[in-house]
Design a protein around this ligand. Structure first.
Ligand code: AMP
Length: 271
């Protein structure tokens, strides 16, 4: 695994290859990231992983400052997989040097779920993904369905501008059904128990919703119940069509999307 710390070494390393799979991350590598790397390794000649905590996608400065980082451990884990050819760890100036200001705007119809609550977040995500796509020029980008809205927006944004395909990959969970996330590192044991309870309950709830005629009403009641029982804050819990991300009233072709806070740690998932 070759570590690339600036754009010159990135360009030099990738020049000979035209079948590169790319796994962009913000580090604190876990099994979720590793599953994307495996997919890339299986379908592309070379795999490049990036670690870059993008300040422009954090709508809250404290959240950016507190984002878990552990680059030494990350390098160790990635090396051990033997499935990563290149690890790109750019500095801010490597990504944002061509100082073209971004004029990306999330349209009103897309201001739902996280886009409604995290002002500027997806504008920052689309901007950095476009910059990274230009720098790496991958054949395929592998993204997790845990962050389905992110995948959906990136795919739609990049599909008309680049040849790169965006490949969605399944969500990796632990035994307690919690979706792996770097942010889980901020939870204590009690927090983990709450996240597990909520995840298991939402898996069951989705099954029950198949017979529900009043889905919206049912979800609102569930939000209140979970908040009271677990002493957590649920930002949204919605049944959403995965085709167009619109609110849905049938379980078929839809997923339950949730964002919630446990002890000030914001987590998202979909079931
Ligand atoms: P992050 O480092 O959190 O920005 O995530 C980098 C990539 O890993 C994104 O495409 C995420 O959707 C994906 N990812 C994060 N957690 C998981 C998970 N539990 N299962 C599968 N993919 C994941």
């Amino acid at each position: 695994m070759k570590i690339l710390l600036n754009n010159n070494s990135l360009f030099r390393a990738l020049r000979p290859y035209n079948d590169v799979g790319f796994v962009p991350t913000m580090g604190s590598i876990h099994e979720g990231h590793l599953s994307l790397i495996e997919r890339s390794n299986r379908s592309c000649k070379k795999t490049i992983v990036s670690i870059f905590v993008n300040p422009k996608q954090f709508n809250n400065k404290k959240d950016f400052k507190n984002y878990p980082t552990n680059i030494k451990e990350d390098i160790k884990i990635l090396k051990k997989t033997k499935k990563v050819d290149f690890l790109y760890i750019p500095k801010f100036k490597d990504v944002y040097n061509n100082n073209k200001k971004s004029n990306i705007k999330i349209t009103k119809k897309n201001k739902i779920l996280c886009a409604k609550f995290r002002k500027g977040h997806f504008e920052g995500v689309l901007d950095v993904m476009e910059r990274l796509t230009n720098l790496v020029n991958p054949k395929k980008i592998f993204m997790g369905k845990k962050d389905y809205q992110q995948y959906f927006l990136i795919k739609n944004y990049l599909k008309n501008k680049y040849k790169t395909s965006i490949i969605p990959c399944r969500t990796i969970r632990n035994k307690s059904k919690i979706a792996l996330s770097s942010r889980n590192n901020h939870l204590d044991l009690n927090g983990i128990k709450k996240a597990s309870f909520l995840s298991k309950s939402l898996i069951k709830l989705k099954k029950k919703l198949k017979n529900s005629k009043k889905i919206k009403q049912n979800l609102n009641t569930q939000i209140k119940n979970f908040e009271k029982l677990l002493k957590i804050k649920i930002e949204y819990l919605e049944l959403i069509s995965i085709k167009n991300l619109k609110i849905s009233n049938t379980v078929r072709g839809s997923r339950l999307f949730v964002a919630y806070y446990i002890d000030n740690v914001r987590l998202i998932d979909n079931f």
